[in-house]
Design a protein around this ligand. Structure first.
Ligand code: ASP
Length: 365
């Protein structure tokens, strides 16, 4: 029956002899997809390969951003995404594209990952990262490292060269050294602006300012945001991958681990559904299993990526706990349909498709 239905869809897509409503009725009758399923998702390939990147969501308002600052963010996003795009264009893997794109953002002090990571309440920088291969469902994650220059490289090494999914703290650092990854002194991660963000958060804590649980307050743009970085990619072989890297939340308690290294919360990839990378208030993303939730809405309920992401980010996430579930995701499905969904004022984001079309956005519209 399944094969017959597949054949029927292929035939219909070629002949175009049924309209959208008829096709949906047919798929519904056979209990495969519900009303919100986009027909594009059923059989049309949007892009042979594609890549999407984020540099964090938050209260990012145009009126608080200088033209120079905005240009700086856009240039870095473009530099990063073009690295991944070229890997995909040359037939490289989605995993390589995700890792190398994230490396550029980790090395930039503009984002809360690698150089530019925020500070804990103990004035340390503790970094989290994860990566997932949609083809094999293999995954790697590192949490709370303080000396590994590019935590996404460590996450990939854990995935490929260890029997484990996640390593944390000192053990993760020993493993990184064994793997020959670049290790730096903890002063490498120091940036004055992030240090000032910590002081600011501590002041607010003393004054008992409500809603002080922000990832970082960037005094240079007067906005609070989550500066985590992430990337999702689809390669020419139809394989999806996702990765996320972060310094976490400013003034987080030492030892706190957020959603970014949690497979299913901060990162998820499955060739049958989608690849997702999250940014936002990690505690809520963990409780909502945000990335996996989007994937299973597609898998079990037949929702399109667009509808699944909208449901999770706009309805489910804000309804958890005291309603402080802020943030967003980027995602791609196996057809190259992409989504950049957020419930904050802005999200640093960029995408490229197989035609080389580049989109860069910061604010909502
Ligand atoms: N999700 C990250 C965390 O909670 C923060 C961020 O997105 O910037 O650690």
């Amino acid at each position: 029956m399944k094969y017959l239905l597949c054949f029927l869809f292929m035939f219909l897509s070629l002949t175009g002899c049924m309209n959208e409503a008829e096709l949906k009725a047919l798929s519904k009758k056979n209990n495969h997809y519900n009303d919100s399923t986009s027909l594009n998702v059923l059989y049309s390939k949007k892009s042979e390969f594609a890549i999407v990147v984020h540099g964090g969501a938050g209260t990012i308002l145009k009126e608080n951003m200088s033209p120079e600052k905005e240009a700086g963010y856009k240039a870095k996003l473009e530099e990063a995404i073009r690295i991944g795009y070229n890997i995909l264009k040359d037939g490289g893997s989605s995993l390589d594209a995700v890792q190398k794109t994230i490396n550029v953002l980790e090395d930039s002090p503009l984002f809360n990952a690698g150089k530019g990571a925020v500070f804990t309440n103990a004035e340390t920088n503790e970094l989290d990262a994860s990566i997932m291969d949609g083809k094999t469902l293999n995954a790697g994650a590192s949490a709370g490292t303080t000396t590994v220059k590019n935590p996404i490289d460590l996450a990939r090494a854990i995935m490929e060269s260890s029997p484990h999914v996640m390593l944390s703290g000192e053990g993760a650092e020993v493993f990184a050294q064994e793997q020959g990854l670049e290790v730096v002194g903890s002063d490498y991660f120091f940036t004055q602006s992030r240090y000032e963000s910590l002081k600011n958060a501590k002041e607010n804590e003393k004054k008992k300012v409500a809603n002080n649980k922000t990832a970082l307050f960037d005094s240079s743009i007067k906005d609070s945001k989550f500066g985590t970085v992430g990337c999702v990619a689809l390669d020419k072989n139809g394989n999806l991958a996702a990765g996320t890297s972060t310094g976490g939340m400013t003034n987080k308690r030492r030892g706190r681990i957020g959603d970014s290294p949690i497979i299913g919360a901060g990162t998820y990839a499955n060739n049958n559904t989608c690849a997702v990378s999250s940014t936002g208030s990690g505690e809520y993303f963990i409780r909502g299993m945000v990335a996996y939730d989007i994937s299973v809405l597609m898998e079990y309920k037949g929702l399109s990526l667009k509808d699944a992401a909208n449901e999770v980010i706009q309805n489910k996430l804000p309804s958890i706990g005291d309603g402080a579930g802020n943030g967003g995701i980027i995602a791609l499905d196996k057809y190259g349909n992409l989504v950049m969904e957020f419930n904050t004022a802005g999200m640093y984001r960029a995408s490229m498709n197989d035609k080389g079309e580049l989109f860069i956005g910061i604010y909502k519209d």
